[in-house]
Each structure stands twice: as structure tokens, then as C-alpha cells.
Write a protein that binds this ligand. Structure first.
Ligand code: ASC
Length: 555
């Protein structure tokens, strides 16, 4: 079936955590409308950009965009952003059933509240490998009071003004800042400093349940910076799906969710039904003082306003990274998933990507094999579809496939200066690619952080994760039996992560850290697949109305 949506994008004043702030709303809603579709459906979303001075794109996170790379919604990779007062129509087919979401992929618009859920259901009559009575769904997020443009500029200047810890954690766009902490005096009179604890927009999100029933709860994270941990007070959860693929059921008493990831968990409302419970969200991976984000698990017929008198749920220690690693490794492909390779299969190409924090002209950046990705004004995909422009992004020499062996990942970089680049890793159609992500110490001593890496246009197999330096003899110990198929995977501090995918989707696809500030600071690479086929591709003219392709458009 064709599912048609008409979306007007505009600013709105909103109070997600009771403090009023300018956000980006869709049809006046925050979070944006949910897309609810079935495998095989064609999604058509007509965008009207009503923001007076900001251009916009929407990335359909986890959608493979097979045959429609121009609809991926990554600014200056797949398209020119949609100008103010202009319109653009996204059209693509949804391929796999699961829990997904969409979000802005231009500037820091995602951090400005520009996101929503995208749920894909299996074809009618399909039996899923688990059962439940009803379904609930939440998107989780971290939230700052500082306007995103202030945040963005702070990241790009010298010295860096890092965004710091968020003021709140939001569950389905709702949190509760303590209004007594809002500065008083002149500041309190300006609109963006209004804090109203009884504003309807910041009343806790309610998850209504009927005692005895089993629920599928979909959880997705669009967090700007933080790794999050989700707890359902008094209830265990069984993880059954991750990033749109079934996984071997695994019971957890709290769930780590990295930015860009999604999960389905099952839980049964089998606790004392005379009270309600907290759903809680805490930061892991950073030593933050941000209070727990709270929603209400509402045992019907109790009123949803009957707040639990129990304390906010606690999560494991923020820096127990071995626990984080062990938990991430518990996610394994469901036994019904056919793995298209064995222990002895090798990739056609292996990329070793060193993740370092760097400096370029004194400004703090992130680099991959010492190259910081910088913005361009011609969309990569548009350039690749025009023979004449094919080489504009191929730096000479091309971006390095690996880094110098012997790099000491436990020390700050000896020479922190990185080069800037717009180079592309080019793959032949159907090449099997392994990527080894290698984490390192940051510019400051004794610091290394979590980076959730997200690949556009693909799911990939997570072959393994570990501590220290990855060495090729570790290949034998990777998981070739039931590696989960994901579109986002964490890279842990001082650790490594190995993924595998087939370059079977002609197009140009970003692979980047899903931490919004880090992508801005250059932490990503660009993959071009089936490059010989791209000149035969016909992009919508509107994708090309900027940069070097602007003058090539014929009416
Ligand atoms: O990119 C980053 O910058 C800060 C810090 O390294 C400099 O303030 C931080 O925690 C990051 O993740």
C-alpha cells in the first residue's frame, strides 16, 4: 500500500521539561507524527519547510533505501537541504519489520526536537517469534536549555565550548526540570527562561497497562550525546528485537540504549496492581548529574496521576564499561536468522578506522585515520551521478584503509594535528566489507568515550567488540555463528568493534558517530557503493539544486 503524509515543519515554543524553548515541530506536534507501516509499503512524505531561515532534511534511520539512495535525507550527502518555504517529497519502500525512527540530519536539528517514530509491521499473517497482548512505544532523548545554534557554534570555535551535561532526559518528549533551579532576576522574564512545572507538555509520559497482560515496548534513542540506561521499576524485560531484527530473547533488569539504536522489549504487568511504577532513564558513560528521566507505568484502573512514592530507579555505575560491553555482547541474532558467511569467510576489503580526538588549526575535532570530515556544498550522491563531477570528492591519495600500526591507544595523540578531508571510500558492487573501529585516548589524559556508530543504507553484522587494540589474530574469536544485524553499534572506551556488510546498495552512504556534536566535529566517513552504476542513476532534480550540480539541472 502507499502511505501518504503531508508534513509542515516549523518552529514552536515548547516546554518538554517545563522550561520553554524553541523547538522544531512537525504539524505542530512534538515528537513528530508516528509513521505506522507494513513491510512492502511505499512511504510518501511531502515536506513543507515553513522555518523562515533554516533549510531541512529528514533521515529515515534504519531504512535501507534500496534503489532510492536520494531519499536517505542526509544533508549534502544524498540531497541539497530543503530551503525555507520550499517543498520536497520523500518516497521509499520499507523493507524490514521493526522499530525505527526518523530525525533531522542537518546541523543540530535532531537535538532541537526534530524526530519521531517509524514502525514497520510484518506482512499480514506473519508469525513473529514471540507473542504479546499490546504494544507501547517511546523515543528517549537528552535535552539542553541552551539553543542548538549556541551549542553548534560553541563546538566550532577555539577554545571549544563543549555542550556539557544535559539539563533533562526525556521519555517521548517529556521530562521535568526542577523550576526552582531556573535563575531568577532579569533572566527569568525572558521567554526562553519560563519554567512552569504544571505545563501540560511536561507532565510525565504515561505507559498504561492492564494487570496480567504482556506488553511489547518499543524503545528508540535519538540522544544528542549520551548513552542511556532504561529501567522499569520492579519489572524485568526481555529483549526480542534490535534495530529492526529479531534477537535471541535475553532477560535484563535494565537496558543500555545507545544513540541511534532501537529495541523491543517484552514485560508482563505482574506486580502489585494497587500502585503505579516508574519507568526511568539515566545517563551511562559520562559522569553526569542530570536527574533521572521519568515516565509512569500506570497499572489501570489506577489514575495516571497517582505518582509512585518510591525513589527514581537507579542504573549501573556510569563508568562500569566492562558491564556495558558484557551487556552489549548479550544481543545475538535470533536463531531464525540465516548468517550468509562462516568462520572461514573473509572480507574482500577491511577498513581499520582509528577514532581520535584531534586539532585542526587549534580547533578541537575528531578524526578517522587522522582525517576530519568537513562539510561540502555539493551533495556527494549528486556529484557521483554526474560523470564530470565524479572525482570532486576523491581526495588524492584516497582516505587511508588503515592507520599506522603501533599507535598507542592509551595515550593522548602524540601529534594531535589532523588533516581535513572530503574523501570517499569507494566499493565495488557486492564487495564484502569489514570495518574495524578502534577507539583511543582523547586529547586529555585518561579519557576515552563511547561512540555509537551508525551506517546509512545498510544493516551490518556485529562480529565482535572488545577491550584494547584489535589484532588480526582475534578474527578467529569473532562471532560468525549468531552476530546480530544492526544499523548502529557502540565502540567502547579504549576498545574495538568489528562489523561486516555487503556493499550491495548503489549509492553514497555516511558512516558516522551518532553523537550529534561529534559528527559536527568531523567524526565520520563516506562510503560510495557501485560507483560505476551511479552515473546511470536519475536523481530528482531538487536533490541537486545546490553546489556544483546546481548548474547541471535541466528543466
Ligand atoms: O568532543 C568532545 O569534547 C569534550 C571534551 O573532550 C572537550 O571539552 C567531550 O567530552 C567530547 O566528547
Amino acid at each position: 500500500a502507499v502511505k501518504q503524509y503531508d508534513w509542515t515543519i516549523d518552529y514552536a515554543f515548547w516546554s518538554p521539561d517545563c522550561v520553554e524553548k524553541l523547538i522544531i515541530a512537525i504539524n505542530g506536534q512534538y515528537p513528530g507524527p508516528t509513521i505506522d507501516a507494513t513491510v512492502g509499503d511505499t512511504i510518501v512524505v511531502k515536506i513543507h519547510n515553513k522555518m523562515p531561515t533554516e533549510s531541512v532534511v529528514i533521515h529515515w534511520h534504519g531504512m535501507l533505501q534500496r534503489g532510492t539512495p536520494w531519499a536517505d535525507g542526509a544533508a549534502y550527502v544524498s540531497q541539497c537541504p530543503i530551503a525555507p518555504h520550499d517543498e520536497y517529497t520523500y518516497q521509499f519502500v520499507v523493507e524490514n519489520a521493526g522499530t525505527y525512527f526518523y530525525h533531522g540530519h542537518h546541523g543540530m536539528q535532531r537535538a532541537n526536537g526534530f524526530y519521531g517514530s517509524l514502525i514497520v509491521r510484518p506482512p499480514n499473517g506473519t508469525v513473529e517469534p514471540f507473542t504479546y497482548d499490546e504494544e507501547l512505544s517511546i523515543i528517549v532523548n537528552d535535552w539542553w536549555h541552551k539553543p542548538v545554534h549556541d551549542q553548534e557554534l560553541g563546538l566550532l570555535i577555539n577554545p571549544i565550548r563543549w555542550v556539557g551535561d544535559p539539563q533533562s532526559l526525556l521519555i517521548e518528549g517529556r521530562g521535568a526540570y526542577n523550576c526552582s533551579l531556573v535563575p531568577v532576576g532579569a533572566d527569568s522574564k525572558s521567554a526562553d527562561r519560563t519554567c512552569n512545572a504544571s505545563a501540560p507538555q511536561c507532565q510525565p509520559y504515561v505507559l498504561p497497562v492492564t494487570p496480567g497482560k504482556t506488553y511489547r515496548l518499543r524503545i528508540a534513542s535519538v540522544a544528542s550525546v549520551n548513552s542511556l540506561n532504561f529501567v522499569l521499576e520492579g519489572h524485568n524485560m526481555m529483549v526480542v528485537e534490535a534495530d529492526g531484527h529479531y534477537v535471541e530473547p535475553v532477560v535484563m533488569d535494565n537496558l543500555d540504549v545507545y544513540s541511534g539504536e532501537s529495541y523491543s522489549i517484552l514485560f508482563t504487568a505482574n506486580q502489585d496492581p494497587t500502585r503505579n511504577y516508574w519507568a526511568g532513564l539515566n545517563i551511562r558513560g559520562r559522569n553526569a548529574t542530570t536527574p533521572t528521566g521519568l515516565a509512569v507505568l500506570n497499572y489501570l484502573p489506577n489514575p495516571s496521576t497517582m505518582l509512585p512514592t518510591t525513589p527514581a530507579p537507579v542504573s549501573p555505575l556510569w563508568n562500569d564499561f566492562n558491564l556495558s560491553l558484557a551487556k552489549a555482547k548479550l544481543i545475538k541474532a535470533h536463531s531464525s536468522l540465516k548468517i550468509p558467511f562462516t568462520k572461514t569467510s573473509r572480507s574482500d576489503k577491511t577498513l581499520f578506522l582509528l577514532n581520535t580526538q584531534n586539532k585542526v588549526d587549534g580547533v578541537t575535532k575528531w578524526a578517522i585515520n587522522n582525517i576530519t570530515l568537513v562539510p561540502v556544498s555539493t551533495p556527494y550522491l549528486a556529484a557521483y551521478t554526474h560523470k564530470k563531477l565524479k572525482n570532486v570528492f576523491s581526495t588524492s591519495p584516497p582516505p587511508p584503509l588503515s592507520y599506522t600500526p603501533g599507535y598507542d591507544i592509551f595515550q593522548p595523540p602524540v601529534n594531535p594535528n589532523a588533516t581535513v578531508g572530503t574523501g570517499v571510500y569507494e566499493f565495488k558492487l557486492n564487495e564484502v566489507i569489514d570495518v574495524v573501529l578502534q577507539n583511543t585516548n582523547m586529547l586529555a589524559a585518561n579519557t576515552s568515550e563511547i561512540h555509537p556508530w551508525h551506517l546509512h543504507g545498510h544493516d551490518f553484522y556485529v562480529l565482535g567488540m572488545g577491550n584494547g587494540v584489535f589484532s588480526s589474530n582475534e578474527y578467529d574469536r569473532l562471532n560468525f555463528v549468531n552476530p546480530p544485524l544492526r544499523n548502529t553499534v557502540p565502540l567502547f572506551p579504549y576498545g574495538w568493534t568489528v562489523i561486516r556488510f555487503r556493499a550491495d546498495n548503489p549509492g553514497v552512504w555516511p558512516f558516522h558517530c551518532h553523537i550529534e556534536p561529534h559528527f559536527h566535529m568531523g567524526m565520520g566517513v563516506i562510503f560510495a557503493e557501485g560507483v560505476d552504476l551511479l552515473p546511470k542513476m536519475h536523481l530528482p532534480a531538487q536533490n541537486m539544486g545546490c553546489g556544483l550540480t546546481r548548474n547541471l539541472i535541466r528543466g
